[in-house]
Design a protein around this ligand. Structure first.
Ligand SMILES: Nc1nc2c(c(=O)[nH]1)N[C@H]1C(S)=C(S)[C@@H](COP(=O)(O)OP(=O)(O)OC[C@H]3O[C@@H](n4cnc5c(=O)[nH]c(N)nc54)[C@H](O)[C@@H]3O)O[C@H]1N2
Ligand SMILES: Nc1nc2c(c(=O)[nH]1)N[C@H]1C(S)=C(S)[C@@H](COP(=O)(O)OP(=O)(O)OC[C@H]3O[C@@H](n4cnc5c(=O)[nH]c(N)nc54)[C@H](O)[C@@H]3O)O[C@H]1N2
Ligand code: SF4
Ligand SMILES: [Mo]
Length: 693
């Protein structure tokens, strides 16, 4: 007898590496070499992912928490769902539908994200829904929409990067955050191409760079202005492309004249000579005389700032001025982060959005989606608060009094997290769906145990806009339900005007109809096509359509078909260092842990080092500390103690703390980008001292 093997995808990041699960009980991860995105390669998180299936820390029964003792009591599903529904109904009738908030996640499958948005708008009638993707790539999404008329992280398959001549990574540590993708950089370099990495830390990714640029945190925007200044001065702008395919360049050309290299050097700390080297690379020619193919990629380092969306626009300006967007093996892309970071932002769990990447304020979009849902368009609520604003409103006079959390451990991952914990405590009801008792679930009044990843089927849209199918590979433990069943059970108890489906393929069919004609059009994608074709790229408006791996070849998505330049200027950080808080604190990731760590900290095969403070030897000497000694880090919001890790790789004016363990986000600032509402996770002002000294 052969052992069952199921082709599926990793539960973690947006690369969505293909893998096989072998065995139905405690399955083993094996490679799936035919799947082209990762060609069998996995990082250690992927290899160890199956360890959490059937783990003893796994939740298998609904739990009710006694607010006085803090103790959890296991209860049956009917009791839990009856109780949640009754309390939600009471809050709604007392305070109106916006008394209930919903917080989703970019790790949810398309089907779950879609159903969560429908549940909020149709069953609860609330406008108060948003999700953790707001903290992830919302700045790039907002910039992409403004520049190109549509937001798809990468408008080309990732492997195209290998065929480029110059790749500029602005604030991405992909060698640690999507390791199998780093091979594209290696192959590009073998072909003679060049890699540029922009990061305040010399990361594992920077080690692969031909040119490493190490700016002060939050200065990627003036860097782009300086690059464009030099390109204009060198006559390197592709004037024909700019005239044919874009609008708004003249104002941008004028605005960058004020950003000469020495001024950029003063602001960013990047030597003028290095800036010239970068501009020369971008303006270089292929042996044929044709322009070099340039790919500019941004990630969280550039985006998680109050100026994040303007920073992305500034780098898009560079790519457009060089005539790169829409050209083969070239252009701009954002490296999305969460497993379904792309799909999670298309189907309506965002405060301002309906499925198909439609606007909830557009009457035609409301009519279309309400038609698919079988409800009156007038019954759909309007736009709600963004993620952090939603959390800050909890338990206030006009904010939600109950919150349902699906797929976020926000106690660890939200900015200025101590305030978030205070807001959660002010709620009348906190309900968390999860498969482990995360730090957030531990504060809930009701915890609902759901199936995870390999125990259920559903689609995910990876960083390339490729819609993939995660197939159920193992039998879920007794006692857990799928999220679709939970939502349907609540809908029924809340007298929903329409029933909610529980079969994921049926939900996907409905999602296809709801997305039809929208920007992210899935109408022609079927589960069978995904199986047959290694995924299908949206937009795919009908079943005979091949899907769209490469966008913008002929036109951009604005009505006139042109891309838009935007004038942006350097506004700086929300918090600049000062006498009391003299260093920049930045935060991010390490290879072996994922996000808030709720999943990966429970996997014993992965090193769990705890938080640490990376600092330069010069700063260590000034503080009188040595490698491994405990340091106290203080910001205007909080403090933490963690061992120092002394390293030449970081700027002397900056320290780095990974956010996978609670602590980092007690320090971070919740100043928001005005366009995307992205918090400035990547910079705040901090003071360091030898702990206990
Ligand atoms: N191992 C691992 N992989 C992951 C994840 C994980 O948690 N762990 N999470 C996934 C998710 S959701 C995401 S969003 C992605 C994130 O992927 P990345 O964006 O690659 O990850 P980060 O570590 O958050 O940030 C990248 C780099 O930004 C740098 N940086 C800090 N401030 C600045 C700045 O002002 N400018 C510039 N240019 N760089 C700066 C940091 O030093 C860091 O090296 O990773 C995905 N993959
Ligand atoms: N300081 C700092 N903070 C950051 C960042 C940073 O760079 N620095 N990055 C930000 C970014 S980019 C992101 S994406 C966020 C991520 O941070 P979080 O939103 O906390 O994301 P996860 O840690 O992935 O949390 C997912 C939770 O949901 C559970 N879960 C997983 N899948 C499902 C599912 O299908 N259904 C349900 N119900 N639960 C599920 C997991 O067990 C886990 O408890 O953190 C942000 N916070
Ligand atoms: S790179 Fe991302 S998708 Fe691939 S195995 Fe690692 S965590 Fe999973
Ligand atoms: Mo993310």
């Amino acid at each position: 007898m052969t052992t069952a093997s199921t082709a599926t995808h990793c539960p973690y990041c947006s690369l969505q590496c293909g893998m096989r699960l072998v065995g139905r009980r405690s399955p083993e991860v094996q490679e799936w070499p035919e799947f082209e995105v990762n060609a069998g390669a996995l990082c250690r998180k992927g290899w160890s992912a199956a360890r959490l299936l059937g783990d003893r820390e796994r939740l298998t029964t609904p739990l009710l928490r006694d607010r006085t003792t803090g103790e959890f009591t296991p209860v049956g599903w009917d009791e839990a769902l009856d109780l949640v529904a009754a309390r939600l109904a009471a809050l709604r009738s007392q305070h109106g539908p916006d008394a209930v908030g919903v917080f989703g996640g970019g790790g949810l499958t398309n089907e779950k994200a879609y159903q969560l948005g429908k549940f909020a708008r149709v069953v609860l009638g609330t406008s108060q829904i948003d999700y953790n993707g707001r903290w992830c790539m919302s700045s790039a999404a907002s910039a992409g929409t403004r520049a190109f008329g549509v937001d798809r992280g990468l408008p080309f398959p990732l492997a195209d990067v290998e065929q480029a001549d110059v790749v500029v990574l602005v604030g991405s540590n992909l060698a640690e955050t999507m390791p199998p993708a780093a091979r594209h950089l290696d192959r590009l370099r073998e072909r003679g191409g060049r890699v540029v990495v922009v990061d305040p830390r010399r990361t594992a990714t920077a080690e692969r760079a031909d040119l490493f640029v190490q700016p002060v945190p939050g200065t990627d925007l003036p860097l782009a202005l300086g690059v464009l200044h030099l390109l204009v001065a060198a006559g390197a702008v592709d004037e024909e492309y700019v005239a044919d395919r874009t609008t708004g360049f003249e104002a941008v050309r004028a605005s960058v004249s004020a950003w000469w290299p020495e001024r950029v050097e003063r602001v960013s700390g990047v030597p003028a000579a290095q800036l010239r080297e970068l501009a020369d690379l971008l303006a270089s020619r292929r042996p044929t005389g044709e322009r070099a193919r340039v790919v500019v990629l941004t990630a969280r380092g550039a985006e998680q700032h109050v100026s994040g969306s303007d920073t992305v626009l500034a780098w898009i300006n560079v790519a457009l001025a060089l005539g790169q967007c829409g050209r083969p093996y070239a252009g701009y892309g954002c490296l999305t982060g969460q497993g379904n970071g792309q799909g999670g932002r298309e189907h309506g769990q965002k405060a301002d959005q309906l499925p198909g990447y439609r606007s909830i304020e557009d009457p035609a979009a409301r009519a279309h989606v309400a038609g698919v849902w079988g409800v009156d368009p007038a019954s759909l609520p309007g736009k709600g608060r963004s993620a952090h604003e939603l959390l800050m409103a909890l338990g206030t006079d006009d904010g939600p009094r109950a919150l349902l959390v699906h797929g976020s451990n926000l106690v660890v991952s939200a900015p200025n997290a101590s305030r978030v914990v205070e807001r959660l405590a002010a709620l009348d009801l906190l309900v968390v769906c999860d498969f482990v008792l995360s730090e957030t679930a531990a504060l809930a009044d009701v915890v609902l145990p759901v199936t995870q990843w390999a125990e259920e089927s559903g689609t995910m849209t990876n960083l390339e806009g490729r819609v993939l199918l995660r197939q159920r590979a193992v039998t879920p433990p007794a006692g857990v339900r799928t999220e679709l069943e939970v939502l349907a059970g609540l809908a029924e108890r809340l007298d929903s005007p329409v029933p909610l489906a529980t079969d994921p393929e049926e939900v996907f069919t409905e999602l296809r109809a709801a997305s039809a004609g929208g920007k992210a059009d899935y109408a022609g994608i079927t589960w069978q096509r995904i199986r047959d074709e290694q995924g299908v790229f949206w937009p795919c408006p009908d079943v005979d359509h091949p899907g769209t791996p490469r966008m913008f070849a002929d036109r951009f998505a604005h009505p006139d078909g042109r891309a838009r330049f935007h004038v942006v200027d350097h506004a700086g950080l929300a918090e600049e260092p000062c006498a009391d808080f003299p260093v920049h604190l930045t935060t991010g990731r390490v290879l072996a842990q994922y996000q808030s760590g709720a999943q990966t900290r429970r996997i014993r095969d992965l090193p769990d080092t705890g938080p640490y403070v990376e600092l330069h030897p010069l700063l260590a000497t000034r503080l009188g500390t040595a490698d491994g000694e405990p340091l106290e880090v203080v910001t205007r919001r909080g403090r933490m103690v963690a061992p120092g890790r002394v390293s030449e790789s970081i700027r002397p004016d900056t320290v780095f703390v990974p956010f996978h363990w609670a602590g980092a986000n007690r320090l971070t600032s919740d100043a928001l980008d005005p366009a995307s509402r992205m918090p400035e996770f990547k910079a705040c002002a901090a003071r360091l001292a030898v702990a206990g000294g």
